[in-house]
Design a protein around this ligand. Structure first.
Ligand code: PMP
Length: 358
């Protein structure tokens, strides 16, 4: 088996230990004579997995008791619609922080149900920056304030939880479980699993109890937090395999020492990549250091030809999936929890050699 260094933005590299555990659990799991993919979501074996996964997530994120943890369908994109439907109540607008593509997609979907106000646009300046909170255009009557904790395409990451006098909603798809967070400052946190938490197919939603019971009456049950909380995420068949993988990944994070430990490791890896970018004129990261992401690190080369050559040579050196998102081009290094220091060292060594040769 030759696993290469895979910097894919999502779905992404899983810890090798997790892959090996999955392989060991197939075709027979927990001595039940079948695999996890082949038994009822209401079986004792699967119920135990669901419960253990929730316990792991609660422990890792220190989630207070007045929050529900839901395992839903439809990805983060489903939550773009679920959030307004569940909590807009009689309000007609919500505030959206714009840090690029995904936050704009969230605002666009929400705009089907209410008016989505732009709080700021971090992507306007040549060097992109999250502006000081004192300049944010927050509205008094907005139903909630939405932000994307890490903009996976542009590599713009909030270093602190925003302080707002409103319900705070976060799309944490690309940095959940990669650092400790202040859950209690949020009304809702949601994230697709396919970056730091496992494989695609399950969406994690953490919602504060007092926000339940307010859903718009036309909300589909599958997206209704109150219904899903009452049914313990078993309104219908959940993505059992993805939840099982989540149980393994969360156990692996605990084994690494929890979120403080993975954050330290993630920052140490990211520092090496930024150092390689900043040491070479050929590479340019257009994000202000105050909000550079440790999770996704994009950079540009001077021409499309050089970018293509970089990607081709990188692939030949077993460094995979470094192409930037189609909307911004360039290179993107996704540095999630499962990326090893060895992978980062191989990458930064390659970056230095490539710059020296060009
Ligand atoms: N939000 C962010 C920050 C993302 O990075 C992504 C996916 N890359 C999404 C939302 C969309 O996620 P999904 O494909 O799970 O709908």
């Amino acid at each position: 088996m030759t696993r290469k260094h895979n910097f894919s933005a999502g779905p992404s590299t899983l810890p090798l230990e997790v892959i090996e555990q999955i392989r060991a659990d197939l075709p027979e799991w927990q001595s039940i004579g079948a695999s996890v993919m082949e038994v009822s979501h209401r079986s004792k074996a699967f119920s135990d997995v669901l419960e253990q996964t929730e316990t792991n997530i609660r422990e890792l994120l220190a989630i207070p008791n007045n929050y529900r943890v839901l395992f839903l369908h439809g990805g983060a994109s489903g939550q773009f619609a679920a959030v307004p439907m569940n909590i807009m109540a009689d309000k007609v607008s919500a505030d959206y922080c714009n840090t690029g593509y995904w936050s704009a997609r969230g605002a666009k979907e929400a705009a089907i149900y209410l008016q989505a106000n732009e709080v700021f646009d971090a992507t306007k300046a040549d060097i992109q920056i999250i502006p000081d909170q004192s300049t944010w255009q927050l509205s008094d009557d907005a139903a909630y304030v939405h932000y994307t904790s890490n903009a996976s395409i542009r590599g713009i990451q909030f270093q602190e939880t925003p302080n707002v006098n409103n319900i705070l909603v976060a799309d944490m798809s690309s940095d959940i479980l990669s650092r400790p967070i202040d859950v209690e400052k949020h009304g809702i946190i949601y994230a697709g699993a396919q970056k730091n938490v496992g494989v695609s197919g399950v969406t994690l939603v953490i919602v504060r109890d007092d926000l339940l019971g307010k859903a718009w009456d036309k909300t589909p049950s599958i997206l209704n937090y109150t219904v899903q909380a009452e049914k313990h995420s078993l309104l219908n068949t959940p993505c059992t395999f993805a939840i099982y993988v989540m149980s393994l990944v969360t156990a692996w994070i605990k084994k690494q020492g929890g979120l403080k430990a993975v954050e330290t490791h993630n920052r140490a890896k990211a520092e090496k990549v930024y150092a390689a970018i900043d040491a070479n004129e050929m590479y340019h990261n257009p994000v202000d250091p105050s909000c550079r992401s440790f999770a996704n690190i994009p950079f540009l080369l001077p021409s499309d030809e050089l970018t293509e050559k970089f990607l081709k040579d990188a692939t030949e050196h077993n460094l995979l999936n470094l192409k930037g998102h189609r909307t911004v081009g360039g290179i993107r290094v996704s540095n999630y929890n499962a990326i090893s220091m060895e992978a980062i060292d191989a990458l930064t060594g390659f970056m230095q050699n490539f710059a020296n040769k060009a």
